[in-house]
Each structure stands twice: as structure tokens, then as C-alpha cells.
Write a protein that binds this ligand. Structure first.
Ligand code: GDP
Length: 525
């Protein structure tokens, strides 16, 4: 690809994740987007999400037919003049550190909120990670076709609970049974919920924000009420600030209903316009690498082990940070300085090699991994050595004690443990006093994967004893006195030999803080 072509291709990329609490409507809105992108033809195609298993054969069929790449992890399509990559952040049952790490590979996030419920627990967790990255966050207040909370209330909650300014891009005219439409502040139009005919879905507004043409809505008290609310919003609400949006300090708020496909396209159009194309990345040596740099580079943010014991393949997901990926290209693995030829790229997209050939900065490619890669690894082509920053570690919330079932299997137990921990499947700690192994995770699924893989790949049965939810807090070694430990705050050390307490609950932590006011406790991300 010539430089100009590369620049052009990179500018078209929009790579994002959708975060939400289960049932807020992520699948439904994703599906609508895939419909707009021509990836699927009818709603209801995205199946089996509750188990985390998409109907793979369906996906493969779709891929073949449409020549696009759809996997359960990355959904890719062209829409208008953009090339869209949606990275899946699995819901509830599949929640794991992978979910968080996926957020390291996107350039923007969409937050879907159920307008009847407001901000819920999982949204809050995921938001924290996105916020820390300082990437733009766009909000879709969903389920407007149902009675929900007051729009002003919902926007206020963003500020109160998430500490981010919300700026309304459009405003609902009624809700539930009384939903009439959306007052679109950005496009200066009213979008009708049930237009008499599709051609009159949009009603233009004049410079004063009033309807231009004669319309029955003019007689509706809801219209006047909306004008009043919008007036108030203009006076007292936050002002649209592109810079703040790009820095993740302000979130544009859109209202709509994913299920009835109302306001989704309006959202998508504006989102793709406002969301940034891939830009430069800061590297470990503090230099920057531009997304349209002529040389390829990328980092691995997720490794997915094939759960089929007959094929021990693992797929390493690479976020391309710069340049262009070509099948068969030679790259260097920064950590080992080993040269690799990327022949076995994305076999799951084998019917569309062209797609893979065209992958550029912003895109995700899957590499078949025979054990070369670790989470956070950088691969690059060209002479300049590239190293992307290490991916952050996340504070685990669930813990398990773990031992091999058969003591004769100590050796493979340790080997498996070491490799799976290196890979980032779980986090490993040791009891400070006894040296026993303790595993930490952010989601239950990680333990299940760990157990399964120990059995299948290392032929070791493990016995796991749940310790439940704990609050992990690190303590400075010089402040530590092992006598501080108790059953309510178990003392362990991490892989870097740093001590931390696993508090039973918030009360135990508070009790500790009161007892040792000078001791500093810290959490990771
Ligand atoms: P997810 O768990 O966030 O992926 O949520 P889903 O997309 O599966 O939606 C959860 C439930 O809410 C499903 O029954 C959807 O049909 C429903 N739902 C999604 N969007 C809307 C909406 O805009 N209005 C209404 N009334 N229901 C919706």
C-alpha cells in the first residue's frame, strides 16, 4: 500500500467497544449496527450470547456470503465511508480480565444504558477502565419506548456517579406510550417515532429551533414542553465541547430505542463522525508511533484458547497500532527478539484473504499461536524497535485457593500454572505465611478456563477452594507487620513479591484502616 492509501485507510477506521450492564440492550444495538453495515439481513442473528457461544456456523456462513469477518470477538463492517471494528466485551457470565483488556485495544467506547434503570454496576466497572484510558465515551440511553427516568436525571447521574459531563445531542419528546420523537439538537430536526410515511420521518427546524413546516405536532403540548426543556438545557446544561469529548471528559448523550430501531442510525452516524480514527501511540521509550507509519506494529491484547481439546490452537488477537498487516510478513517479537513469519494469520477468516491483506492500523487480526505469544507482547516490522506499554493489571475481586489433586503431578502443575499465569489467564498469589497458591480473577469464567486448561493442556486435575469476593489492597513492604494479618484480611504476595491483603469486605478494610491509620493501602486499576 502506498503511503497515501495507507493514510486514507487508517482515517476510515473506527474501532470501539460497547460497554453496558447485562440486559441494557448491547446485543440489540450491535445487531442494528450490523444491519446498517449489511453484515446481517435480519435481527435475531446474534445468537446464544447468554452462554458466550455464538452460533459459530451461522457466523461462518455469514462470513462466506458477505466476505466479511465476523467472530464472536470482533465484528467488522463497512458503513458509508467508514470501516467499523466493534470489539465484543462479553457480558456477565463471560466477564474476565479479557473484557478489560479489550478496552485497551479500542479508540472509543459506547456506553448503553437502560433509561429505566440508569447506571448499573457492570457499566460502572467497565467505565472506570475506559475513563482511565482517556478515550472518548459516547452514551446511548436505551429503551425510550418504555417509561423511563427523567432525561435530566439520567444525565445528572453521569456526573454524579461517573464524574463525566453529559451533553445532550438529542432530547426525547415523551417516553413509553407517549413517545413522539427525538428533538435532534445537532442536526436541527425532529425525528418522528411513528411517521405517517418514511419520507416524513425528519421534520426540519429553523435557526430558533422551531418547526419550519406546519405539522400537527405544533398543536401538541409535548412539543411546547420539549422546546421549554431544550431551552433550559441550552441555558443550564453542558456545552458541546469536541476537545473534552476526545479526552473523555464529556460524553455526548443520545436517546433512542434499539429494539424499535429508533434513533440508532442517528446515533451511529454522529458517533462515527465524532469518534476518532486511530492515532499515534506512545511507546515505552516515550517516543510516539503514528498510526500511518509505513512500518507495521501491533500488540497482543487477548489470547483465546480453543476450548476444543482436539485442537490445542490458541488465537492471539493483535491490535494493529501502525502500518499495514500482510499475510506471510516477517515480524519481530519484541520480548524475545525472535523473528516470526506470520503465515497462519486469522484462519477463521480464510475465505476472505483480501480482508486480511488490507488490515491496517485500527484493525484487529487473529494469529494462530503455538505458544510464542503472551498478553501485552509487541510485534513489529522494520528496523526501528517498537515496544507498546505493558497492559495494566486489574485488581482481582474473586479468589480461589488451588492445589493439584494428585501430589505426584507437582511438576506439570507448576508448569501449567506458570504458563497460564504468564498468559494472563488468571493472577497468581501466594499465601504470605504458608506459601499456598491463591488465584485471583475479575470474573468466575477465568477460574473455569484455568481448571479446564490445566486438565486438558497440562494433564493436571486441580482442586479449587473458593474464597469468594475479596478486596485486594497492596501495602508498602516497609509498613508491613505479618501480625496485621487475620482470617478477615489474609496476607498474600503477588508475583513481584509485593505484599497485599485480601479483605473479607469493606468493613474489614475500614476496621483495618482505623486500627492502622498510617498504613497506606492501594488498589490497582
Ligand atoms: P444485552 O444483555 O445488553 O446484550 O441486552 P439485549 O440486547 O439482549 O437486550 C435485553 C432485553 O432488552 C431483550 O429482551 C431486548 O429485546 C430488550 N431490549 C433491548 N433494547 C430495547 C429497547 O429499546 N426497548 C425495549 N422495550 N426493550 C429492549
Amino acid at each position: 500500500m502506498k503511503q497515501e492509501q495507507l493514510q486514507d485507510a487508517v482515517q476510515k477506521r473506527r474501532t470501539f467497544a460497547i460497554i453496558s450492564h447485562p440486559d441494557a440492550g448491547k446485543t440489540t444495538i450491535t445487531e442494528q449496527m450490523l444491519l446498517f453495515g449489511g453484515v446481517i439481513r435480519s435481527a435475531g442473528t446474534v445468537k446464544g450470547k447468554k452462554t458466550g457461544n455464538y452460533a459459530t456456523s451461522d457466523w461462518m456462513e455469514i462470513e462466506k456470503k458477505r466476505g466479511i469477518s465476523v467472530t464472536s470477538s470482533v465484528m467488522e463492517f463497512d458503513y458509508q465511508d467508514k470501516h467499523v471494528n466493534i470489539l465484543d466485551t462479553p457480558g456477565h457470565e463471560d466477564f474476565s480480565e479479557d473484557t478489560y483488556r479489550t478496552l485497551m485495544a479500542v479508540d472509543a467506547a459506547v456506553m448503553v444504558i437502560d433509561s429505566a434503570k440508569g447506571i448499573e454496576a457492570q457499566t460502572k466497572k467497565l467505565f472506570k477502565v475506559v475513563k482511565q484510558r482517556g478515550i472518548p465515551i459516547f452514551t446511548f440511553m436505551n429503551k425510550l419506548d418504555r417509561d423511563g427516568r427523567e432525561p435530566l436525571d439520567l444525565i445528572g447521574e453521569l456526573e454524579d456517579l461517573l464524574d463525566i459531563e453529559g451533553v445532550a445531542m438529542n432530547w426525547p419528546m415523551g417516553s413509553g406510550k407517549n413517545l413522539q420523537g427525538l428533538y435532534d439538537l445537532q442536526n436541527r430536526r425532529i425525528e418522528l417515532y411513528h411517521p405517517d410515511d418514511e419520507q416524513h420521518r425528519f421534520l426540519p427546524l429553523n435557526d430558533d429551533g422551531q418547526l419550519i413546516d406546519d405539522h400537527p405536532l405544533l398543536q401538541d403540548s409535548l412539543y411546547q414542553q420539549t422546546l421549554d426543556e431544550v431551552g433550559l438545557l441550552k441555558e443550564a446544561g453542558n456545552t458541546f465541547d469536541r476537545q473534552k469529548i476526545l479526552q473523555g471528559e464529556q460524553t455526548p448523550v443520545f436517546f433512542g430505542s434499539a429494539l424499535t430501531n429508533f434513533g440508532v442510525q442517528t446515533f451511529l452516524d454522529q458517533f462515527l463522525e465524532l469518534a476518532p480514527a486511530p492515532s499515534s501511540h506512545q511507546l515505552v521509550d516515550e517516543t510516539n508511533i503514528a498510526a500511518d507509519d509505513a512500518e507495521f506494529s501491533g500488540f497482543i491484547f487477548k489470547i483465546q484458547a480453543n476450548m476444543n481439546p482436539k485442537h490445542r490452537d490458541r488465537i492471539a488477537f493483535v491490535r494493529i497500532g501502525s502500518g499495514e498487516f500482510e499475510k506471510g510478513m516477517e515480524v519481530k517479537l519484541q520480548r524475545t527478539q525472535k523473528e516470526l513469519r506470520l503465515n497462519n494469520a486469522t484462519e477463521f477468516m480464510s475465505d476472505q484473504r483480501e480482508q486480511v491483506k488490507n488490515a491496517v492500523a485500527g484493525d484487529i487480526v487473529g494469529l494462530y499461536d503455538t505458544g510464542n505469544f503472551q498478553i501485552g507482547d509487541t510485534i513489529y516490522a522494520g528496523k526501528r524497535e517498537v515496544q507498546y506499554p505493558v497492559l495494566p493489571q486489574f485488581t482481582p475481586e474473586l479468589f480461589m485457593e488451588v492445589i493439584p489433586k494428585n501430589v505426584m503431578k507437582q511438576k506439570s502443575f507448576h508448569k501449567g500454572m506458570q504458563q497460564l499465569v504468564q498468559e494472563g489467564a488468571v493472577q497468581l498469589y501466594r499465601n504470605y505465611q504458608t506459601g499456598d497458591y491463591v488465584l485471583g480473577a475479575v470474573g468466575q469464567l477465568q477460574f473455569e478456563v484455568f481448571k479446564f486448561r490445566m486438565q486438558n493442556e497440562y494433564n493436571t486435575e486441580v482442586v479449587m477452594k473458593p474464597m469468594g469476593e475479596r478486596i485486594a489492597r497492596w501495602i508498602k513492604p516497609e509498613q508491613l507487620d505479618p501480625a496485621m494479618s487475620s482470617s478477615r484480611n489474609i496476607l498474600v504476595k503477588d508475583l513481584a513479591e509485593q505484599p497485599l491483603f485480601l479483605f473479607e469486605n469493606r468493613f474489614a478494610e475500614q476496621w483495618f484502616e482505623n486500627k492502622y491509620p498510617d498504613v497506606q493501602l492501594t488498589a490497582k486499576l
